[in-house]
Design a protein around this ligand. Structure first.
Ligand code: SF4
Ligand code: SF4
Length: 274
């Protein structure tokens, strides 16, 4: 059976989604609801309410048989539809089968090292990614997965084996802080972190640094786990761009605070990037 997936966006050439030049594929749908999410329109699958149609001035959206019909050729990417969706969704989503996505990627094949799946939360679609990876690897492309680690990977052998490397968010070590930030607790994330390290499957770990949240606990937990590996630890300064209005009360950490982190972990800064 050819699995299907909803794709929010494909960036044909990206240099920030893993090593080398890569095609980044953003899947629709997420199992978290992070306060600092920069693309909240990827969180939910469209419920076809039709509210956004009237805001499209370019005849790119229609409601046909109670389903949103999106015409990519007419769309000018003004994003008025997304601004007016109250459901953290987007009507500009395209369904791909494994074979249609493989054909799309083959257009870029000669210019990329691999593919990175992101989201939303792409691991919700682990069956699709597994089937796709089996196909695309025949063309000597590697497959990376950018994930929040909420699905238990320890029981997904086919998926973990076929994916070359994971980029894992460790949003917070403290269970309650994690829940406050994302809506979900973090037991499985921490279990996946150890499991993926043990199996040499992590390329990069990421933590977003927010002034109002205690991030030292998280850094203190992650660093000893990876100190004897070649895993990168990327500390990302929180930015307000794209964040929903109701969560704009969070703020970025200062340069002084970054200096403080560097002083605390000087010998690890060959693999920590800020
Ligand atoms: S994108 Fe949002 S507003 Fe538009 S039909 Fe879907 S749920 Fe409704
Ligand atoms: S982004 Fe495209 S579909 Fe949405 S309102 Fe603008 S033209 Fe219409």
């Amino acid at each position: 059976m050819d699995n299907k997936v909803l794709i929010n966006k494909i960036i044909p050439f990206s240099s920030v989604d893993g090593p080398g030049n890569r095609t980044a594929i953003f899947l629709q749908g997420c199992n978290f609801n992070c306060k600092y999410c920069h693309n909240p329109e990827t969180i939910n699958i469209c419920n076809n309410c039709g509210e956004c149609v009237k805001f499209c001035k370019f005849n790119a959206l229609k409601l046909k048989n109670n389903k949103i019909n999106y015409n990519q050729n007419n769309c000018v990417n003004c994003d008025e539809c997304i601004k007016h969706c109250k459901y953290n969704s987007s009507p500009k989503v395209i369904e791909y089968t494994v074979s249609t996505l493989v054909n799309e990627i083959l257009k870029y094949k000669n210019f990329i090292r691999g593919i990175t799946f992101s989201g939303g939360e792409c691991s919700i679609n682990h069956l699709f990614i597994t089937q796709f990876a089996k196909e695309i690897k025949q063309y000597n492309l590697d497959v990376y997965v950018d994930t929040n680690g909420y699905i238990d990977f320890t029981s997904l052998n086919d998926f973990v084996n076929i994916v070359d490397k994971f980029m894992l968010d460790v949003k917070a070590f403290d269970r309650n802080i994690h829940k406050k930030l994302t809506g979900k607790t973090n037991e499985t994330v921490l279990k996946n972190l150890k499991f993926l390290i043990k199996n040499n499957k992590i390329y990069e770990i990421r933590t977003v640094l927010i002034k109002e949240i205690d991030y030292f606990d998280t850094i203190n937990y992650v660093v000893p786990l990876i100190k004897d590996t070649n895993i990168r630890y990327k500390l990302i300064k929180y930015r307000k761009y794209g964040v929903r209005k109701k969560y704009k009360n969070l703020s970025a950490i200062s340069d002084d605070e970054i200096k403080k982190i560097i002083q605390l972990f000087p010998k690890y800064f060959n693999f920590i990037t800020v």
